[in-house]
Design a protein around this ligand. Structure first.
Ligand code: F6R
Length: 262
C-alpha cells in the first residue's frame, strides 16, 4: 500500500487523479481499449473528479471509450431522484468527464422485492466481469470504516448485494437529503470481494472525522470491524489523505519518506 499525506485539497485531488490517469493509460497500453473505472460518490472524490475534468478539457485523457461502474446505490428512491447515485454520477462524472451516459452502470436499487434485488446484484457482478473487470477503483471511506456501503461486520469476501445502512451512515448522509428520515435504510453495494478484484484501488479521505477510520484501515488489523482494512490485502492500493485525515497514522514518517522516492 502506498500512503500519501498532503497539505492541500488540491494536492490530494491531483495525486489521486494521477493514479486514475495512469491507470487509464496503462490499460490502453495493454491493448484493452475500453478502460473500466469504479466510481465512488460522496464528497471525498469531488476534487479528484474536478481534476479529471480539467485533464479531459486539456486533452490529456479521454473517458469516451471508458466504462464506469458505481460502487453502490440506494434502495427505494424514486427513479430520477436527485440523490440517487445514478443521478449523482450522471451530474458529477458523466457530464464533466465526457463519460457517455450509456456507459455508466449503477446497481439497480429500484427493484421492489428481495429476490429481484438479489438477481439485479448478481447481474451487476456479471456486467463487471463482462467488461473485463475494474481497472481503477475510486474509493472514499466512511467515518465508521465502511468501504462502498459495506458496513462494519461485512464479509471480507462479499459480492454485490443488498445491505442495511448503519444509523451512523444514515446520519452522515442526511446532509444530502431533507431529513435523516429521508435517507434510505438499505442499499445495493459492491462487496469487499468485488472491490478487491479491481486491478488498482485509490482511496481519498479528508478531514478530522476520517482520521480514526483511516488509521484503522491502514494500520489496524485486517478485520470486518473496519471493512476498509481490506485495502491491506490488495497488491496495488494507493491512499491519498489530507493532513487532518492522516493524524492517526503511527508510521507517518515512513510514508513521507517512501513518497519522496529513491
Ligand atoms: C460512496 C461510498 C461511500 C463513501 C463514504 C464517504 O459511493 O461508497 O463509501 O465513499 O461514505 O463519503 P464522503 O466522501 O461523502 O465522506
Amino acid at each position: 500500500m502506498e500512503v500519501f499525506v498532503l497539505p492541500t485539497a488540491q494536492q490530494v485531488a491531483l495525486r489521486a487523479a494521477r493514479v486514475v490517469v495512469d491507470g487509464v493509460r496503462e490499460t490502453l497500453a495493454s491493448g484493452r481499449s475500453e478502460p473500466v473505472i469504479g466510481l465512488a460518490t460522496g464528497s471525498s472524490p469531488l476534487g479528484l473528479y474536478a481534476v479529471l475534468s480539467g485533464a479531459v478539457s486539456a486533452g490529456e485523457v479521454s473517458f469516451e471509450r471508458a466504462r464506469g461502474f458505481a460502487l453502490d446505490e440506494y434502495v427505494g428512491l424514486p427513479a430520477g431522484h436527485a440523490e440517487s447515485y445514478r443521478q449523482v454520477l450522471l451530474r458529477e462524472v458523466c457530464g464533466p468527464l465526457g463519460l457517455p451516459a450509456d456507459r455508466l452502470h449503477v446497481p439497480d436499487g429500484s427493484l421492489s422485492s428481495e429476490e429481484a434485488l438479489a438477481a439485479g446484484a448478481a447481474d451487476y457482478e456479471r456486467r463487471i466481469a463482462e467488461a473485463g473487470g475494474v481497472d481503477v477503483q475510486i474509493l472514499g471511506i466512511g467515518a465508521n470504516g465502511h468501504l462502498g456501503f459495506n458496513e462494519p461486520g461485512s464479509a471480507l469476501t462479499s459480492r454485490t448485494r443488498v445491505k442495511r445502512l448503519s444509523e451512523r451512515t444514515r446520519a452522515d448522509n442526511a446532509r444530502f437529503f431533507d431529513s435523516r428520515d429521508a435517507v434510505p435504510t438499505h442499499c445495493v453495494t459492491q462487496g469487499l470481494g468485488t472491490v478487491l478484484d479491481a486491478r488498482r484501488l485509490v482511496l481519498v479521505a479528508s478531514g478530522p472525522g476520517k482520521a480514526a477510520a483511516v488509521a484503522a484501515a491502514v494500520e489496524g488489523p485486517l478485520s470486518a470491524s473496519c471493512p476498509a482494512s481490506v485495502l491491506q490485502w490488495h497488491a496495488d492500493a494507493v491512499v491519498v489523505l489530507d493532513e487532518a485525515a492522516g493524524t492517526g497514522l503511527a508510521n507517518r514518517d515512513y510514508y513521507d519518506a517512501s513518497a519522496a522516492g529513491l
